[in-house]
Write a protein that binds this ligand. Structure first.
Ligand SMILES: *Cc1c(COP(=O)(O)O)cnc(C)c1O
Length: 358
C-alpha cells in the first residue's frame, strides 16, 4: 500500500531527490565512484556545492552582501553560534515554542537576552500579539522561530521591527518568499524541508559579523565558513547533494511563490476538515497563527477514548508519522513542500471514514 509520509523531521523529500541520490550512491556524476566515497575537494563535488549555494541565493532572492554556508551541528548548535557571533550586550527573543525557548536559553550565556513575549503559559497555542512594539530599541537583533514545528504555529510574514531579525527557519525554509534583507542570519536544520539529516544551513549578512569583542572558536565563527566556501572542514557531502536535488526540484515547480500557494491550499483543506469533523479540533487557538507546515489536532473530549483507534485505523490506511509530539498529544500532520496534495486528500478521507464509523 502507498505510504503517506507525515513525519515532522527527518521527513518527506521529493522522489526526484531520493532517486538522484540513490543513483549517485552507485555512480556520482559519471566518475565511476560513489558519492559516499568521493573527496569533497573533487571538482565534481565542488560543482555540487557551488550550484547548491547559487540556487539557495536564486530561489530565496538573497541580496548581495549575504553568503550561504553549509554547516554541521544542527539548528541546535546555531542557538549558541548566533549569539557567539552577534550578541555584544542585548538581544530580543520571541518565545513561541520549545525550540525558541532553547535558543533563548543559550543566548543568555553571551549577554542580556530579553524574552519580549511568550506563550509558554498557554502551552504555545498561539503567537503572542504586539511583540513588535516590545523590542528594546538597543537590541542588536530580534530572534524569531518562524515555524514552531512542535506546536503548529507559524509567523506567515516577516515581522516589521526596527532592529535586524535573526530567524530559525528549520521547518518552513523554502515554503514561502522571505525578505532576506531584513535578517542578519537565517538558519535551520535541513532535515525538515530540504535534505537528508546532517546538514545545517545559514544565510548570513556579512556586514553583521566581526562586531563582537569575544574570541570565537574557529569552527563557530561564520567567517571561517564563508572564507572557505563551506569547505573549511569536511561538509556532509551526501546531504549537500540531496539539498541540491531538492533545490532543482523546487526551481522546476516554480520556486517559493508557487510553493507557497500549494502549501496554503494543502494546509487549508486539512484545517477545513479538522474544523468540520465532529471528532477533532485544532490545538492552535488563533487561526491566523496556524502553521502551513505542521498541522496539530486532537480528539474532542467526548471522543478522547478513540484516539488510539484512530491512530491504528489511519496507520492501516497508509498514514505514517501522524502521532502528535508528546508535549501536545493527539496528532500532527506535517505537510512540507514535498508532501503531495494526494496525501492530504488521503488523510482527509481517513478522517471522514473514521467519523462515519463512529
Ligand atoms: C527540528 C528543529 C530544530 C532542531 O534541529 P536540529 O537540527 O535537530 O538541531 C530547531 N528548530 C526548529 C524550528 C526545528 O523544527
Amino acid at each position: 500500500m502507498k505510504k503517506h509520509n507525515f513525519y515532522a523531521g527527518p521527513s518527506i523529500l521529493p522522489q526526484e531527490t531520493i532517486k538522484a541520490t540513490a543513483e549517485a550512491v552507485l555512480d556520482f556524476a559519471g566518475t565511476g565512484l560513489s558519492i559516499l566515497e568521493i573527496s569533497h575537494r573533487s571538482k565534481e563535488f565542488q560543482a555540487v556545492m557551488d550550484e547548491a549555494q547559487a540556487l539557495f541565493k536564486e530561489l530565496l532572492d538573497i541580496p548581495s552582501g549575504y553568503e550561504v554556508v553549509f554547516l554541521g551541528g544542527g539548528a541546535s548548535l546555531q542557538f549558541s553560534m548566533v549569539p557567539f557571533n552577534l550578541l555584544n550586550k542585548k538581544a530580543a527573543y520571541l518565545n513561541t515554542g520549545t525550540w525558541a525557548n532553547k535558543a533563548l536559553k543559550e543566548a543568555k550565556a553571551f549577554g542580556e537576552a530579553v524574552e519580549i513575549a511568550s506563550s509558554k503559559d498557554a502551552n504555545y497555542t498561539f503567537i503572542p500579539k504586539g511583540f513588535e512594539a516590545k523590542v528594546p530599541a538597543d537590541a542588536e537583533y530580534l530572534h524569531i522561530t518562524t515555524n514552531n514545528t512542535i506546536y503548529g504555529t507559524e509567523l506567515h510574514s516577516d515581522p516589521i521591527v526596527n532592529v535586524p531579525l535573526v530567524a530559525d527557519m528549520s521547518s518552513d525554509i523554502f515554503s514561502r518568499p522571505v525578505d532576506v534583507s531584513k535578517y542578519s542570519i537565517i538558519y535551520g536544520g535541513a532535515q525538515k524541508n530540504l535534505a537528508p539529516a546532517g546538514l545545517t544551513f545559514a544565510i548570513v549578512k556579512v556586514d553583521a559579523l566581526g562586531k563582537v569583542e569575544r574570541h570565537i572558536p574557529t569552527m563557530l565563527d561564520y567567517r571561517t565558513h564563508i572564507d572557505k566556501g563551506s569547505m573549511f572542514n569536511t561538509p556532509p557531502v551526501v546531504a549537500v547533494y540531496g539539498a541540491l536535488q531538492t533545490l532543482r526540484w523546487l526551481k522546476g515547480k516554480g520556486g517559493v511563490a508557487a510553493m507557497q500557494q500549494i502549501n496554503e491550499r494543502k494546509a487549508l483543506k486539512l484545517y477545513d476538515e479538522i474544523d468540520r469533523n465532529k471528532l477533532f479540533h485544532g490545538t492552535v487557538t488563533d487561526t491566523a497563527d496556524r502553521s502551513y507546515m505542521n498541522i496539530c489536532f486532537v480528539m474532542n473530549d467526548e471522543y478522547k477514548e478513540l484516539e488510539a483507534d484512530f491512530l491504528k485505523f489511519a496507520t492501516e490506511q497508509g498514514m505514517v508519522g501522524i502521532k502528535g509530539h508528546r508535549s501536545v498529544g493527539g496528532f500532527r500532520a506535517s505537510t512540507y513542500n514535498a508532501l503531495p496534495e494526494e496525501s492530504v486528500d488521503a488523510l482527509i478521507e481517513v478522517m471522514k471514514t473514521f467519523e462515519k464509523n463512529h
